[in-house]
Design a protein around this ligand. Structure first.
Ligand code: VGL
Ligand code: ZN
Length: 248
């Protein structure tokens, strides 16, 4: 019999006496704000720095049960970097060849399994300034850092799994350990890593709340698609001013 691959066991086994609300700030890192993947240079022309003030206010006013910060954390030879293209082979089915490929093109790397990959500028290299959280972001004392994109061969937009769903991040077990029921998600980039993370949170079965004014993204249509996807899958989208009343 086909069984569901949803990891719903925690909902079946945990006795929920009250909501356990956790906060996740996705990739509020220098490279996405003012560095090599500065989102303000993309079509939506949004300023990533604008998420910091509402996130800090939220953390100062709302008593979350746990606070997580994810960091895009790539090795120097990461597969998503355009300048590493010559280190790997493309599949013959790739829409563009290695010679023709330009920054931001999507290519298909040789398998098995084959892998579609958008080519990004080098960003969030482990231990570099660009990979640091923005200096003005409030970091809670008991905060947990979640590193993603650490495997050189596979990208990771979601904070739960890599793009091939081969490996889970530490977030998965840590949410189970605190018996999380509700996850408040925000950060950068709205339509890429925030969107992928919210989609996975909903698949697992968390009550998923996207904090809209604490997100900035790359492409307006993709941001709208991200929001529609959250709503369709029974997540909710709120403004940060509404969160305190929801958590306490
Ligand atoms: C991201 C592109 C590449 C993100 C990470 O955090 O949204 N985008 N790597
Ligand atoms: Zn990345």
């Amino acid at each position: 019999m086909q069984t569901s691959n949803r990891t719903s066991h925690f909902l079946a086994t945990a006795k929920i006496v009250r909501p356990i609300s956790v906060f996740l700030a996705v990739d509020v890192q220098n490279d996405f704000i003012s560095g090599s993947l500065n989102i303000s240079r993309y079509s939506a022309q949004q300023d990533g720095e604008e998420v910091i003030e509402p996130i800090n206010t939220l953390l100062e006013t709302v008593n979350f049960d746990a606070v997580f910060y994810s960091l895009d954390w790539h090795p120097s030879d990461h597969v998503s970097f355009f300048d590493n293209l010559d280190k790997r082979k493309l599949d013959p089915s790739s829409p563009v060849s290695a010679e023709e490929a330009k920054m931001f093109d999507t290519v298909i790397f040789e398998g098995p399994p084959q892998m579609r990959q958008k080519l990004w500028p080098r960003h969030c290299v482990q231990e570099s300034w660009g990979a640091e959280l923005h200096k003005d972001l409030k970091v809670m004392d008991n905060a947990v850092m979640v590193y993603k994109g650490t495997n050189p061969e596979v990208d990771s937009y979601s904070v739960f799994w890599d793009n091939k769903k081969l490996t889970r991040t530490s977030l998965v077990t840590q949410l189970e350990q605190v018996n999380a029921t509700d996850i408040y998600i925000c950060g950068l980039a709205y339509d890429i890593c925030v969107g992928a993370t919210a989609a996975d949170a909903l698949v697992i079965g968390y009550r998923t709340i996207l904090v809209d004014d604490c997100c900035r993204g790359v492409d307006l249509e993709d941001i709208e698609r991200t929001k529609r996807n959250v709503i369709t899958n029974h997540g909710v989208i709120v403004n940060s001013s509404q969160v305190k009343a929801m958590v306490e």
